[in-house]
Design a protein around this ligand. Structure first.
Ligand code: MG
Length: 260
C-alpha cells in the first residue's frame, strides 16, 4: 500500500493512501490502527507533503563503494552515521533552496527506510519487522562546506536539503532496486541497491545499537556514484524502481527572498 501525507485548501495536513491516481484519507494512525476512507480526491488536486514526520533522520555515508572512491574515501568497516534535522525535509515538487553560504550544492539519490516500530538493540532476525515501508530521499549536500567543516551538520542540514516522497510503499523488497537520478535530461546516477555495502537490516541493527528507533524515523541508506552540482533553475528527479519519482526544482535563496 502507498501511504502519503497531503493537504488541500479545505483539509489541513493529514495522512492518506493512494489508489491509482486517487487519494483517500486515513482515519487513525498509520503506525497503529487506522481505517482507509474512500479514495475520493484526484492526486493532482492535493498538495503532497513529506510522507512522514520523523523524530530523526539517520543517514549513512559511503554505502556504495564507487561513491566512496569518487570522494577519495576508503570503504568503512562500520557504517558512517550522521543526522539531518527534521527541519531539512521538503515536499515532492517543492524547491531545493541553494544557500548563500555554499558554492557547491550536490544531489544524492537515496533509498529511505521508514521505521514502523520502536526498538533498541534490534536483533538481526527481527530487523525487517521494524520497517514500515520505503520511500525516496535526496540527501542534498553542500559539498564545499562538507570539506571545510569537520562535521556534516552544516553541509547536510540546511532547510530544504531533504526532499522526501512522493509516498511510502509498505509492500516492497529493497534488496535489488534500481536507483536513477536525472538533473534536467542528464542521467547523473544509476545503481542497484544490491550494491550497498551495508544492507537495510544491517543498518537497522547498527543504528538501534546506538539510539532508540521510533515509528516514523528515517534511515537514508547512502548514495551511489555520480553525485553532481545543482544550479538555480534546474530540476532534479530521483526514480527508484517500484517507489515512483521524486522531483524538485532548484532555486537560489535570492529568488526565495521577498523583493521590495
Ligand atoms: Mg548521502
Amino acid at each position: 500500500m502507498k501511504i502519503l501525507r497531503f493537504s488541500t485548501p479545505d483539509l489541513p495536513p493529514r495522512f492518506g493512501w493512494l489508489h491509482e491516481d486517487r487519494v483517500g484519507q486515513l482515519d487513525g494512525d498509520p503506525f497503529n490502527a487506522y481505517r482507509r476512507l474512500d479514495p475520493d480526491l484526484q492526486v493532482d488536486s492535493v498538495t503532497l507533503l513529506p510522507p512522514v514526520q520523523p523524530s530523526k533522520i539517520l543517514c549513512v555515508g559511503r554505502n556504495f563503494e564507487a561513491h566512496a572512491r569518487e570522494m577519495d574515501n576508503p570503504v568503512d568497516e562500520i557504517p558512517l552515521l550522521f543526522l539531518k534535522p527534521p527541519s531539512s525535509l521538503t515536499a515532492p515538487g517543492s524547491p531545493i533552496v541553494l544557500p548563500p553560504q555554499s558554492r557547491q550544492v550536490q544531489h544524492e539519490a537515496e533509498l529511505a527506510v521508514v521505521i514502523g516500530k520502536q526498538g533498541r538493540w534490534i536483533h538481526p532476525d527481527a530487523a525487517m519487522d521494524h520497517v514500515f515501508g520505503y520511500t525516496i530521499a535526496n540527501d542534498v549536500t553542500a559539498r564545499d562546506l562538507q570539506h571545510t567543516d569537520r562535521l556534516f551538520t552544516r553541509a547536510k542540514g540546511f532547510d530544504t536539503f531533504c526532499p522526501l516522497g512522493p509516498w511510502i510503499e509498505t509492500d516492497y523488497d529493497p534488496s535489488d532496486a534500481l536507483i536513477t537520478c536525472h538533473v534536467g535530461d542528464e542521467l547523473r546516477q544509476m545503481a542497484s541497491t544490491r550494491d550497498m555495502i551495508f544492507t537495510v537490516p544491517q543498518l537497522i541493527v547498527f543504528a538501534s545499537s546506538i539510539m532508540t528507533l521510533m515509528p516514523g524515523d528515517l534511515i537514508l541508506t547512502g548514495t551511489p556514484a555520480g553525485v553532481g552540482d545543482l544550479t538555480p533553475g534546474v530540476s532534479v528527479s530521483i526514480t527508484i524502481e517500484g517507489l515512483g519519482t521524486l522531483t524538485n526544482p532548484v532555486l537560489s535563496e535570492d529568488e526565495m527572498r521577498p523583493t521590495n
